[in-house]
Design a protein around this ligand. Structure first.
Ligand SMILES: Cc1ncc(COP(=O)(O)O)c(C=O)c1O
Length: 370
């Protein structure tokens, strides 16, 4: 369905061909056991190896990503499948300084002790300059969580591939509807589908997309061997939710820009970042490689105390970690270790509420928290 627009593609992605008497989107396949006679052959032999609900969701994601997708039980299961199955002792890995902290923890606690050299470079446009010819693997998160720095995927992959290194892009913040890492040259597009892809804050899931059959096979073998599989019910829910991804992002990204513009006009809020803001330092690069700018807005309310008051005073914004759901949420990000952000730094995930109501609520909470 490559010639159709995103809104049409997400509605139809992974839906099987019409067959008389069959449902449009089949329900979840709950099975560990499949009938199997004689020597094992073909698909559907055991529930850790294959499942038709995964196959349908993977077909949908593969269509959107422009490659083959492999679904995992969480975003971190997807990240660890890529990193742990790709790197060998003596090889060097480059990670971004701003990005989801658990990826750095994984590298520090599970790759470095096994002889992988782990290096770091600042996220953003200059990240590409750290791609040297002695690397085996480059991990990019763009836009980054929580700093919203945008890295140049085309330039990173150009340099990495000259050196024979593989590149993975964590695309969680914008989904394949906002940015297609494989089309920009990356070897792996990685996502926590816990966030926008499923979008209702009711499940955890992740996926990896690749356009190389051998890499896809390696990831499937990794999944069935290590067992980090997705539950069929969560997978089915995510597939069902995918149909509204374009509609949700349309609302969420639009409100995020309007909110960011409103926050820029306030003199009691500093450090407003949103890649869609024309004056944001990341805007030019974001516009060159992304078709949507995501729905996370970050800002600094000046102190831990004011941040806590702001979060308590908002009536529509849940004080919660995670992001990407239809319900707006926000948190004081410095409450978690591993994030180099000011004490009053708020990471806000803009939901699907009516924009005027949400912006008014944020403004009243800021006014009263001051
Ligand atoms: C950018 C990014 N990547 C990966 C993950 C991990 O995803 P999960 O929580 O689904 O394991 C997260 C979680 O917040 C994230 O923000």
């Amino acid at each position: 369905m490559a010639e159709r627009a995103d809104g049409t593609r997400v509605v139809h992605a992974g839906v099987p061909d019409a067959a008389h008497g069959e449902p449009l989107l089949p329900g979840p396949e709950f099975a560990s056991l499949y009938h199997l006679s004689g020597e094992p052959s073909g698909a559907y032999t055991y529930g850790r190896y294959d499942n038709r609900t995964w196959a349908a969701f993977e077909a949908a994601l593969g269509d959107l990503e422009g490659g083959s997708a492999v679904v995992f039980g969480s975003g971190m299961a997807a990240c660890s499948a890529v990193l742990l199955s790709s790197l060998a002792p003596g090889e060097a890995l480059l990670l971004p300084e701003d990005g989801y902290p658990a990826v750095r923890t994984l590298a520090r606690e599970h790759l470095a002790p096994r002889g992988v050299e782990v290096r770091y470079a600042p996220s953003g446009a200059e990240f590409a300059e750290a791609v040297t010819d002695d690397l085996a693997f480059v991990w990019v998160e763009t836009p980054s969580n929580p700093g919203l720095e945008v890295s140049d995927v085309r330039e990173i992959t150009r340099r990495a591939h000259l050196a024979g290194a593989l590149v993975a892009v964590d695309n969680t913040l914008v989904t394949p509807l906002g940015q297609r890492p494989l089309g920009l040259g990356a070897d792996f597009s990685v996502s926590s589908d816990t966030k926008y892809v499923s979008g209702h804050s009711d499940l955890l899931l992740g996926h990896v997309a690749v356009d190389d059959g051998a890499l896809a096979e390696r990831l499937r073998t990794w999944r069935s061997t290590t067992g980090g599989i997705a539950g069929p019910f969560e997978t089915w829910l995510a597939h069902r939710s995918l149909a509204t991804l374009d509609v949700r992002l349309e609302r969420q990204c639009g409100t995020a820009l309007a909110l960011a513009e409103r926050l820029l006009g306030r003199d009691d809020v500093a450090g407003v970042r949103y890649p869609g803001l024309p004056d944001d330092p990341s805007h030019a690069l974001a516009a060159a490689q992304m078709s949507r700018f995501g729905a996370i807005v970050v800002f600094d309310v000046g102190s831990r105390e004011r941040a806590d008051r702001f979060l308590a005073l908002s009536e529509l914004v849940a004080d919660a970690t995670s992001f990407g759901g239809v319900h707006s949420s926000a948190e004081r990000r410095a409450r978690w270790p591993g994030n180099e952000v000011p004490e009053g730094f708020i990471r806000m995930s803009v939901g699907c509420e009516t924009p005027a109501d949400l912006i008014a609520d944020v403004e009243q909470a800021l006014d009263r928290s001051g």
